[in-house]
Write a protein that binds this ligand. Structure first.
Ligand code: DC
Length: 222
């Protein structure tokens, strides 16, 4: 099978919409590869933070993004010889990722790394611009949303579960700020494509959401 023929399911959506969980399960059920593109932006952000790069210095941020050679193994992520699986999930890294993601040369620097994830037998890719920029040829494009309240609550529960202290009010504010930045940026903003299927998971369980994506997948493959 040539790379061109490999099937892609693109799942885009705002912060804490549950994309990662849903995309990971869908990939597992189908026996496909999984690309968490947000992790790449987070790895680039962590590198910027470690190097104390000025986030307004686009060239230095792009250099950090092009330097990353992450190793994904057994659900862990290694960067420059260090396990950064938990470190990249910190709120400060997410906020920094959202800031550097507005820079076109950072996006360009991460483009090939994302495209290389398209491997047989198939790929489920989650992010903000999977359907619009990275895999415009995806056979199924899902735009996964949930209300701001339910996303903030989900993120809050996730953090508390991990033993990380969190404040619901400031989480809701951070989330709104990141949403605004991700939606309003000039390059590759978070928007559904005309051929995206919108899935609002506010009142759906994980299983119901996964089942909807899988039923759409069966439908487009008929
Ligand atoms: O999905 P996430 O929260 O891990 O992503 C972190 C940030 O990275 C997000 O706020 C915006 C950016 N991002 C992006 O611009 N494009 C992607 N395809 C994935 C993430």
């Amino acid at each position: 099978m040539s790379q061109e023929q490999v099937e892609v399911i693109a799942i885009d959506g705002p912060t804490a919409s549950g994309k990662g969980t849903i995309a990971g399960i869908v990939a597992q059920r189908l026996g496909y590869h999984y690309l968490d593109s947000g992790a790449l932006y987070r790895l680039a952000a962590l590198t910027c933070l470690d190097r104390q790069v000025d986030l307004l210095d686009e060239a230095a941020c792009a250099k950090a993004a092009s330097d990353i050679e992450p190793i994904f193994r057994d659900g862990r992520i290694e960067l420059f010889g260090r396990d950064v699986t938990e470190a990249i999930r910190a709120e400060i890294v997410g906020i920094t990722a959202s800031k550097i993601a507005t820079l076109p040369s950072v996006r360009q620097a991460l483009f090939d790394l994302q495209r290389r994830a398209k491997k047989a037998p198939g790929l489920v890719a989650d992010g903000r611009d999977m359907a619009s920029v990275v895999f415009p040829d995806a056979r199924l494009k899902v735009f996964l949303t949930a209300s701001a309240e339910s996303r903030a609550e989900r993120r809050y529960r996730q953090l508390i579960q991990k033993g990380i202290s969190a404040n619901l009010t400031s989480l809701t504010e951070d989330l709104a700020e990141r949403d605004r930045r991700d939606r309003e940026r000039k390059t590759a903003p978070l928007v559904p494509m005309p051929d995206s299927r919108i899935l609002d998971s506010s009142n759906l369980t994980i299983e119901e959401t996964v089942e909807t994506v899988l039923s759409w997948w069966r439908e487009v493959n008929q």
